[in-house]
Design a protein around this ligand. Structure first.
Ligand code: FAD
Length: 435
């Protein structure tokens, strides 16, 4: 049987939805992305792009375009909150290329979204902005738009974020709400000129690293973005943002008070912040299923596995989800195969995402310890002074976790698993569609 071209709706044009649209267009399918916002609306903050993502961007032919917009950091430096002393570095440049073949990058979210948006359009996806989806129907595989239109597809992908409404069709008997953490994040950027004008902080621009000052119940992750035009700060601290608002303006004095015991260097940077946003940090509990009862609607990205940002992998996993779907659907023979292939998608992706979700949660506990003996032991561990067989508390630097996390190739993994799946179905004398 020859390949079938299917019609796919992607609900949500965030980083996950757009990357998925690229992968599905490369697989030769018709793709419509419905994005509720009237314009590309990623926040003015940074995001880390690990090698498990840069590898996929390269596979999509986007390496050079990204390389022009990013910063290539030398290390992720875990730093003592009070002194700024480096507790444990994770070498990135050139180590990530040497070990895994691809770099670790830092980018502005708006640049990331724009690059993916342009690439999705060029690849032939129909990306519609200002197209809010009220709901999707699992019995008819239809998208119901706020403007009253109803559109029918072969497959619908919910890439609509942590507060997904596509999830209601995937899990019709249960409304899953985000698990709001006890921490909030301030997000801010400082222009390079301001950073460079201060000799005590200019080294943060000249020697680019991801620096993470960790202390009791709070940390600051900071790095340059946009080819060194801005210094980006994510400041996690105890607190809550106003109910229903996930992106409210933060109070600068309150922000500085939270970090009054921190390293004088980073406090000098905070003095240069003119405004910040305050953001509730949340994740999702493990979902019972990612695929709807009909087998024709599935979830990706934060809609399926929103995680705390403490491993910097949320968007990376959304991009991997999309790459997996693209590969699984490349040679689809009939629409009847969709349920089995989505089942395989969930089977491939769920264990990996759940481990990362858990690892991100654990980093909150590891990083936010009070000073004391346990913290001293943690710091020794991060410095590499570990008892034989012990896990490095700096998960990015752990000898087993790092290659599993950064060395992963979502495309080859999907290809391998699809091959096994098809072989298994041949041996059973069943077609994929009937599995
Ligand atoms: C402080 C912080 C730092 C982070 N740092 C990193 C990092 O360094 N690296 C990393 O990989 N990840 C990081 N993450 C996680 C990452 O931002 C998310 O995992 C990722 O953006 C999720 O992408 P998504 O496309 O799944 O969802 P979203 O980005 O939430 O996109 C969903 C899209 O769907 C649209 N939408 C929603 N509902 C509808 C509807 N009904 N109709 C139409 N459109 C709709 C929205 O407008 C939005 O554009 C961080 C997160 C936070 C909070």
């Amino acid at each position: 049987m020859g390949k079938t071209i299917i019609n796919i709706a992607v609900i949500g044009g965030g980083l996950g939805g757009l990357a998925t649209a690229i992968a599905l267009r490369r697989a030769g399918h018709n793709v419509t992305v419905y994005e509720g916002a009237d314009e590309l609306a990623e926040v003015g903050a940074g995001i880390q792009v690990p090698p498990n993502t840069s590898r996929l961007l390269d596979a999509y032919g986007l390496f050079d375009r990204f390389a022009k917009k990013v910063v290539w950091p030398a290390n992720i430096n875990m730093r003592r909150y009070s002194s700024g002393d480096i507790i444990g570095p994770t070498p990135l440049k050139p180590k990530m290329q040497e070990l895994y073949g691809y770099p670790y990058w830092l980018i502005h979210r708006a640049d990331y979204q724009r690059l993916l948006f342009d690439a999705a359009i060029e690849a032939g996806a129909n990306v519609i902005l200002g197209a809010r989806v009220n709901g999707v129907d699992d019995s008819t595989i239809t998208v119901h738009l706020e403007n009253g239109k109803v559109e029918k597809f072969d497959l619908i992908i919910g890439a609509d974020g942590i507060r997904s409404n596509v999830r209601l069709a995937v899990m019709p008997n249960e409304e899953v709400l985000p698990r709001v953490s006890t921490n909030c994040a301030y997000r801010a950027t400082v222009p390079a000129a301001k950073m460079r004008a201060d000799p005590k902080v200019s080294f943060l621009m000249d020697d680019p690293n991801s620096n993470c000052w960790i202390g009791y119940r709070r940390h600051i992750m900071a790095y340059p973005i946009r080819n060194g035009e801005l210094y980006n700060l994510v400041m996690s601290h105890p607190g809550a943002a106003a109910v229903g608002r996930w992106n409210e303006p933060g109070n600068l004095e309150e922000m500085k008070t939270h970090y009054r015991h921190f390293d004088p260097t980073i406090r000098r940077v905070l003095e240069k912040v003119d405004n910040c946003l305050k953001w509730t940090l949340a994740d999702l509990p493990v979902l019972s299923n990612w695929v709807s009862p009909s087998g024709r609607i599935c979830l990706i990205g934060d809609a399926a596995h929103a995680m705390l940002p403490y491993l910097a992998q949320g968007a990376a996993q959304a991009v991997e989800d999309g790459a997996t779907l693209g590969e699984l659907l490349t040679d689809i023979k009939s629409v009847d195969e969709i349920p089995a292939l989505l089942g395989l998608y969930e089977k491939i992706r769920r264990p990996r995402c759940e481990i990362i979700q858990k690892g991100a949660y654990e980093n909150g506990d590891i990083w936010h310890m009070p000073d004391g003996e346990t913290q001293v032991q943690r710091d020794l561990g991060m410095k590499g002074q570990l008892p034989a067989g012990a896990k490095n508390p700096n998960q990015w630097g752990d000898g087993n976790f790092q290659p599993w996390l950064f060395g992963h190739n979502a495309i080859t993994e999907a290809r391998k698993r699809l091959g096994e799946f098809r072989k298994g179905s041949e041996q059973n004398g069943t077609e994929v569609a009937r599995l």
